[in-house]
Design a protein around this ligand. Structure first.
Ligand code: T4K
Length: 368
């Protein structure tokens, strides 16, 4: 049986380097609650990402929940239906109603021309997603938010290391939320973070992720347990050493796919934002009508040959039962997102995906 190739393959540090960290953790018995690895990873990430403050979390979803709490978001929040379901779930768990706005057909991020019409007196914030790590139109979103007195929290789960010009994409909006899940470009097995711009917000976030404690005996609000353990933080520190190399290799995979797929009728690669430094976290293609198979037939065909592509993000979040009854979930309102979700297929992309494996994948796509 041939080896299975999945949509991604997590990067791992040298086991011996991690064993050395384990030995020091065993020695110190400092397992969690802001230990030395946690502190060091926050400092190193601020430096690497080019951001002012970062609070580590046990995963991106809890970080999203906490970000909404930190800014006291209520009522309605404008967001995209074309994302992983955690984006909208974070709103629902906070008793907030998501309002879905269609996406732009090129960037696949929220269509900024459609945001204004979705704002009403209940709207308190915008929760856009930098889908596949491609930056949202952050200037326009900032302007709309300012004019309407709204907060902006970016779901930047895919956007580790992404830069617009010289600035990190994470510096836009009020807060940005990262995921360090195993499937991400930078992983701590499970993990996440909130990026913010000022010390008092960081303090509030750190309080919220630690049950609302301000000192040993004082709890000032209903916080949660969002803390990252020392094991995860130690992994993160080791991963940081190779993340540039990882992104560079992914870039080569991306380039090779683009060359190989260029002339296949009905197959389109995602556009490349040339003004951004990307992280190549996903390689989505879109299966058009001119292609002889449907997207799902192609997905099955690849699977039969042991290549496990994924339909990120199908179905749309708005079509799940907890959202489908919302007025904004109406398909007529989300035609671009609907079309994209029906045609997308994320092909395998990871550091050591070989040219020969890409050749095999493209061969399966080409020979129909
Ligand atoms: N916002 C956005 C926009 C997100 O994309 C996500 C997460 C979040 C928020 C929430 O962040 P977290 O709370 O997760 O930190 C995966 C991930 O579980 C999820 O983190 C990610 N987005 C989403 C896009 O994808 P699944 O259910 O597709 O993952 P799974 O387990 O099927 O993994 C995909 C493939 O990766 C597997 O077929 C094999 C490979 N794999 C996976 C894991 C977990 C490995 O080789 N090793 C592994 O340990 O959701």
């Amino acid at each position: 049986m041939e080896k299975k190739i999945f949509v991604t393959k997590p990067n791992l540090p040298n086991l011996s380097d991690f064993t050395a960290c384990l030995e020091s953790i065993w020695e110190s018995r400092n397992l969690t609650n802001g230990g030395p690895y946690h502190q060091k990873l926050e400092t190193e990430l601020c430096r690497y990402l080019g951001v002012k403050y970062i609070s580590l979390f046990n995963n991106g979803t809890i970080a999203l929940l906490t970000a909404l709490q930190a800014l006291n978001i209520k009522g309605e929040v404008i967001t995209t239906p074309y994302s992983f379901v955690a984006t909208a779930h974070a709103l629902l768990w906070n008793g907030i109603q998501p309002v879905f706005v269609d996406i732009d057909k090129q960037t696949l991020n929220i269509d900024t021309n459609k945001i204004q019409a979705a704002i009403n007196y209940k709207t308190t914030a915008i929760l856009p997603v930098h889908c596949y790590g491609g930056p949202c139109d952050v200037e326009k979103i900032g302007q709309i938010a300012k004019e309407n007195n709204l907060k902006v929290i970016y779901d930047a789960a895919h956007a580790f290391g992404v830069r617009l010009g010289t600035s990190s994409i994470l510096n836009y909006g009020d807060l940005s939320v990262l995921s360090f899940h195993a499937t991400k470009v930078f992983n701590t097995f499970e993990g996440g973070a909130i990026v913010c711009n000022d010390e008092s917000t960081k303090k509030r976030i750190d309080q919220l992720k630690n049950f609302g404690f301000v000192d040993e005996v004082t709890v000032v609000e209903a916080g949660i347990n969002g803390k990252m353990s020392e094991l995860n933080a130690a992994i993160g520190l080791l991963q940081l050493k190779t993340v540039d190399d990882n992104i560079g290799k992914r870039k080569s995979v991306d380039e090779y796919y683009r060359i190989k797929l260029k002339n296949i009728k009905g197959i389109h690669a995602h556009y490349e934002n040339s003004s951004a430094k990307l992280n190549y976290s996903y390689f989505p293609i879109f299966v058009g009508h001119e292609y002889p198979l449907t997207r799902d037939q192609l997905y099955e065909k690849l699977k039969a040959k042991n290549f496990f592509a994924r339909r990120y993000f199908y179905p749309l979040i708005s079509s799940f039962p907890m959202y489908s009854g919302l007025p904004s979930a109406n398909k007529r309102n989300l035609q671009v997102a609907d079309g994209v979700a029906e045609s997308v297929l994320c092909l395998p992309i990871f550091t050591d995906l070989t040219k020969s494996q890409i050749d095999q994948i493209v061969d399966i796509i080409e020979k129909v």
